[in-house]
Design a protein around this ligand. Structure first.
Ligand code: NFE
Ligand code: MG
Length: 567
């Protein structure tokens, strides 16, 4: 008889995500459903607003990919009205994205995903001297991994254990058999987790040099940027560079080393060697290095074929809401997309912990829509960027990926796994880290002869416009689609990376990346489904911000329902 397991909330992500799986007699997942349980309606809020405010309003979609929606919304307006943007502004925007990617990937691997790989309890029994020797295997210049550093990290966490208040380390599935690091490797990972808390702050500060603050920078406007004084101040330029180099060192010496350690320790762990069951991958162009060159090219690959990539045809994008809590009778291209909430309840059924409300998979079950490309589900994110650029023969990518595969002894096919997805994010960060300063140098050179940062745009109230903004956010391909009428926003649709990956089944019965990634996964213990968390976390989910309040035992204290028309 099949068994139903409900995991809600999935923690260490942004927002609300519920996963339900059905297990066979051997605890192998044969079906999985992903549900986002919070409606927000930012697209509706924009209607009737001036296009000049789009960026500032739409950036509130998210506090994690802090500047993605700000920039993407601004680009959509600029595309619509054909605004000219000076080269200096393009460089600044690119630098903001570069530091966002570095920040986001570090926070993801260490704070959100790391404890799926690192068993903190095991780290407490490690020998710090032995661990320091172990760390030398994965980096010629380890950081926060000397014997003294490791002993200090161990004592810090042991101190938490002694007080009985585990803080961020409470309520995890410690001791699960699919943890594969030795105690010494776990201690290295734990020390780097603590170091990452410090480094992510530096990355946020680097972004704030140009953005004014973080999260949610303020310096991007339709037609350019406003951080003129910072760009022209040698002290600010140097401050940025120093912070950048500080973070880059962590990515080179720590993040890279830990992923190599994980690739070695987890090379035979079945639960991380699947988890990639959608065949199409897509990414956009990103990171402007000079007027003629982006670090990453855009494209699509199909059938996991690393030998060829196609150009993206934006007309092939449509969002299906057959199983999403919206009203629409056919897939919609985002220029004409609607956001009409239509919520339906969960249904009671047996689960492994008794009768519970569960997803009604025959009906609607998620606030996430299901974007499709030419009718196919698509995985987006750093893995997509790396494999599309690998297929295109982008030598900045092939050199880094080939070096990693050669050093770890993994075949290229291993990229299409949970382990590969987690490794690809590090490789993405590493590629950016090694090239991001080229953008900075191009800007400094350009400033010698051109100090333009803004060209005033115009919007004709008697004209209708439409435009799209596309960028590569940390979680992947992001597009914002806009129509303008009477100099106001007429329609707005954001098709977000997590929407591509987390959407429910579509009207043709095709399942999206999250749900597909879980099928075939075997669980050691259905009541401690660490394997599910590890697979889902490898996508770096970002749902929406929370409105529920929980007490420390996980009891729901209250629930707030906001009618859609009030948003
Ligand atoms: Ni809210 Fe985001 C990124 C965007 S969502 S984190 O990256 O766009 O997938
Ligand atoms: Mg949307």
């Amino acid at each position: 008889m099949s068994k139903r397991v409900v995991i809600d909330p999935i923690t260490r992500i942004e927002g609300h995500l519920r996963i339900e799986v059905e297990l066979d007699a051997n605890n192998v997942i044969n079906k999985a459903w992903a549900s986002s349980t919070l409606f927000r309606g930012l697209e509706i809020i924009l209607k009737g607003r001036t296009p000049y405010d789009v960026g500032l309003l739409i950036q509130r979609i998210c506090g994690v990919c802090t500047s993605s929606h700000y920039l993407c919304g601004t680009l959509a307006v600029e595309d619509a009205i054909n605004a000219q943007v000076p080269l200096n502004a393009k460089y600044i925007r690119s630098l903001i994205l570069t530091t966002l990617q570095m920040h986001d990937h570090i926070v993801h691997f260490y704070i959100l995903h790391g404890l799926d790989w690192i068993d903190v309890v095991s780290a407490l029994s490690a020998d710090p001297a032995k661990a320091a020797v172990e760390a030398m295997k994965y980096s010629a210049t380890p950081m926060a991994a000397g014997e003294g550093d490791l002993r200090a990290a161990q004592e810090k966490v042991q101190g938490l254990v002694n007080t009985g208040k585990l803080g961020p380390f409470a309520n995890a599935y410690w001791g699960n058999k699919t943890y594969k690091f030795t105690p010494e490797q776990n201690l290295i990972g734990l020390s780097h987790y603590l170091k990452a808390l410090e480094i992510q702050r530096v990355a946020a500060e680097a972004m704030a040099v140009w953005g004014g603050k973080n999260p949610h920078p303020q310096s991007i406007v339709v037609g350019g940027v406003t951080c003129v004084r910072d760009m022209l101040d040698p002290a600010r330029l140097q401050e940025f560079k120093q912070k950048y180099v500080h973070v880059a060192e962590f990515i080179e010496r720590v993040y890279q080393a830990d992923i190599k350690m994980a690739a070695a320790a987890y090379a035979k762990e079945p639960s991380v060697l699947g988890g990639c069951n959608v065949d199409t991958f897509m990414c956009s162009e990103s990171i402007l290095l000079n007027p003629d060159d982006h670090l990453f090219e855009s494209g699509v690959i199909r059938n996991k074929d690393l030998s060829k990539a196609e150009a993206i045809d934006l007309n092939m994008i449509a969002e299906d809401v057959t199983h999403s809590w919206y009203d629409a009778n056919k897939p919609q291209h985002p220029y004409d997309g609607t956001t009409i909430p239509e919520h339906t309840p969960f249904i009671e059924r047996d689960t492994i912990v008794g009768k519970r409300p569960t997803i009604n998979e025959a009906g609607k079950y998620s606030w996430v829509k299901s974007p499709r490309y030419n009718g196919e589900p698509v995985e987006v994110g750093p893995l997509a960027t790396m494999v599309v650029n690998y297929a295109k023969g982008n030598t900045r990518v092939t050199s880094i990926v080939d070096e990693f595969l050669q050093q770890t002894g993994l075949p290229a096919a291993a990229l299409f796994t949970t382990l590969g997805r987690t490794a690809a994010r590090m490789l993405h960060a590493l590629t950016i880290t090694r090239h991001g300063l080229e953008t900075f140098e191009s800007m400094v050179t350009n400033l010698n002869s051109d100090q333009t940062t803004y060209i005033e745009p115009t919007i004709d109230p008697n004209k209708e416009y439409k435009g799209v903004g596309i960028i590569e956010a940390p979680r992947g391909f992001l597009s914002h689609w806009l129509r303008i009428k009477d100099a106001k926003v007429e329609n707005y649709q954001a098709v977000v990376p997590t929407t591509w990956n987390a959407g429910p089944i579509d009207g043709n019965g095709k399942i999206g990346p999250y749900e597909a990634s879980l099928v075939g996964l075997q669980l050691e213990d259905p009541k401690k489904p660490l394997e599910v968390l590890r697979v889902i976390h490898s996508f770096d989910p970002c749902m929406a911000c929370s409105v529920h309040v929980m007490d420390y035992k996980g009891q729901s204290l209250s629930e707030f329902r906001i009618p859609a028309q009030a948003m």
